[in-house]
Write a protein that binds this ligand. Structure first.
Ligand SMILES: NC(=O)c1ccc[n+]([C@@H]2O[C@H](COP(=O)([O-])OP(=O)(O)OC[C@H]3O[C@@H](n4cnc5c(N)ncnc54)[C@H](O)[C@@H]3O)[C@@H](O)[C@H]2O)c1
Length: 359
């Protein structure tokens, strides 16, 4: 461990570097790390060295460079990889090989083989590998996960997620609004990440990945067979998608998603999970959670405050927590399961066939 001892506070601080200092790193991860008293920003890497230098200066990192190796040589406990979808594998592999814990942005990979290799490497090296899914960490998601884990709602029988956002400008090539995401945001995102199917663009890999991971995380379902359909609407990438699956043991699930919400419309994100002893409705857009246990009156949790609805700093904070607490579970297997589901869904949608995920 490269923990840095802070003589002022008497505390150890985790040394964390960031690879890819684009839209999301400057919106979420760099601000989160620079404000976290348990972390010390070790450096910023970007293929575009001037971006790395500007971000390093803005967030107070002592090193700016254009290779991951240079960052690793400087000594790190953790690395955040926030590069475009088709640039996730190599920086993550290098960081894990070097012995760092990693937070990798979603989706873990475009194809399952790369995700499997990264999970295997992280297990072999005993390192954490987290995926950038903020919605796992809302107060409601944590409470609902606990309710299912403790058997409060019995065995899950069906689980459904609906996820709709206004993504059409991105898919049509206009990403200018991304520059206004948060006060810390330094640059707009790259059009290719959203509008180029070869590079992992489209609704499935950029948005359904959030809904799928949350539904699988909460329900614990392990999909075995699936059928999916998608449509590109007026763009070159998938804009709306449906995935229906059957999980190990017989339970079923579905995900429906569209990127077509119009300007000014609030995002719609709902999850309904039915167990043998009760059911739950989680609305991650409205910030509400209602749990109904059969025989009891429905229980509504205190709604989320506006600043709890999108916990975009949570993944980087979790990486830092995990560096200190080796017992804290990571999300490597969840990230892989999600990639496998989405890869199977793309095959199913293309061929019009049912896909077995273990085949
Ligand atoms: N979790 C969320 O809510 C959320 C939101 C937005 C984006 N993201 C994810 O964040 C990731 C990055 O997206 P973005 O919009 O910030 O991309 P971006 O294009 O704005 O930034 C990526 C940066 O990485 C750099 N880069 C590219 N290849 C590199 C390499 N091999 N090594 C080092 N640097 C490299 C680019 O120069 C660029 O500055 C994606 O996986 C995306 O899906 C997540």
């Amino acid at each position: 461990m490269m923990l840095q001892h802070d003589a002022m506070t008497g505390q150890d601080r985790a040394r964390v570097g960031v690879v890819g200092s684009g839209w999301w790193a400057t919106t979420a991860h760099l601000p989160a790390l620079s404000r976290d008293p348990r972390a010390e920003l070790a450096g910023v890497v970007d293929l575009d060295r001037s971006r790395a230098a500007e971000a390093a200066e803005r967030f107070g990192a002592p090193l700016a460079c254009d290779t991951v190796e240079e960052l690793l040589e400087a000594g790190v406990d953790g690395v955040v990889v926030a590069t475009p979808h088709d640039q996730h594998y190599e920086p993550t592999r290098l960081a894990l090989e070097h012995g760092a814990d990693v937070l990798l942005e979603k989706p873990m990979a475009i194809e399952a083989a790369e995700a499997r290799a990264l999970v295997a490497l992280s297990r072999e090296r005993g390192r954490r590998l987290d995926v950038g899914y903020p919605f796992l960490y809302t107060r409601h998601a944590l409470a609902l996960k606990q309710a299912f884990d403790q058997g409060e709602l019995g065995e899950v029988v069906t689980a459904t997620g609906v996820f709709a956002r206004g993504m059409m400008p991105f898919y049509a090539g206009d990403v200018s609004s991304s520059k206004e995401t948060a006060p810390d945001t330094m640059w707009e995102t790259d059009v290719a990440t959203w509008a180029n199917a070869e590079r992992g663009g489209g609704q499935m890999l950029s948005q359904v990945t959030h809904a799928a991971s949350l539904l699988l995380h909460l329900s614990g379902l392990q999909p075995e067979t699936l059928f999916a359909a998608t449509d590109n609407y007026t763009t070159d990438v998938d804009v709306w998608d449906v995935i229906a699956f059957q999980a190990r043991g017989g339970a079923i699930g579905s995900l429906t998603s569209t990127g077509t919400l119009g300007a000014g419309a609030a995002r719609v994100e709902e999850y309904r999970i039915f167990g043998t002893e009760g059911h739950a409705l989680l609305d991650t857009s409205e910030g509400t959670l209602v749990i109904t246990r059969y025989g009891d009156a429905p229980r509504e949790d205190r709604p989320l405050e506006p600043d709890e609805i999108y916990p975009m700093y949570a993944p980087a904070e979790r990486l830092v927590s995990g560096i200190f607490d080796r017992e804290l579970p990571d999300t490597a297997e969840l990230g892989l399961l999600t990639v496998e589901l989405l890869a199977g869904a793309r095959t199913s949608a293309k061929n019009g066939s049912t896909v077995r995920l273990d085949a």
